[in-house]
Ligand binder design. Structure first.
Ligand SMILES: [Zn+2]
Length: 145
């Protein structure tokens, strides 16, 4: 089970939604979150940080190692593993993926008044276009979809 967690970036302008795979890591494992507007404040540290779409995620790596090794993970734990394997990562493909999908669904809702198939096809097309745009923009989790 994965709970959705909301986190606000350092400058407080943007909120991101997170999920923590199997809930092994607590919310506090993400020490700092920088959005594209405040990522300039981050003092880059490749040992504790990873980057996606202009956002920087800073983890408590010591805590993450302790908890994951305690759970039997027999590998080195890196910020990329936490991100790529979903131990502390976007809920969805981007920080705002869920909200964006809700918005896209809502924008197509008027079509529900008409033919069901038209709606389904429009939704399919919209979602494919949306994911392709994320892929093209370089969002890491979108590359594997
Ligand atoms: Zn910010």
């Amino acid at each position: 089970m994965c709970l959705s967690i909301r986190r606000t970036c350092v400058c407080g302008k943007t909120e991101a939604q997170f999920m923590h795979r199997d809930n092994i890591l607590p919310e506090a494992i993400l020490v700092n979150l920088y959005c594209p507007a405040c990522c300039g404040q981050a003092d880059w540290d490749g040992e504790a940080m990873t980057e996606d779409g202009g956002w920087i995620l800073e983890y408590d790596m010591e805590g993450a190692r302790f908890l994951l090794w305690d759970k039997g993970m027999a590998r080195e734990v890196t910020p990329d593993i936490l991100f790529e394997e979903g131990y502390c990562s976007w809920n969805g493909l981007t920080p705002t993926d869920l909200a964006e999908r809700t918005r896209l669904h809502a924008s197509l809702a008027p079509l529900l008044q008409g033919d069901r198939l038209t709606y389904i096809n429009a939704l399919k097309k919209t979602m494919i276009t949306y994911v392709n745009e994320l892929k093209a923009a370089g969002w890491r989790k979108a590359q594997h979809v």
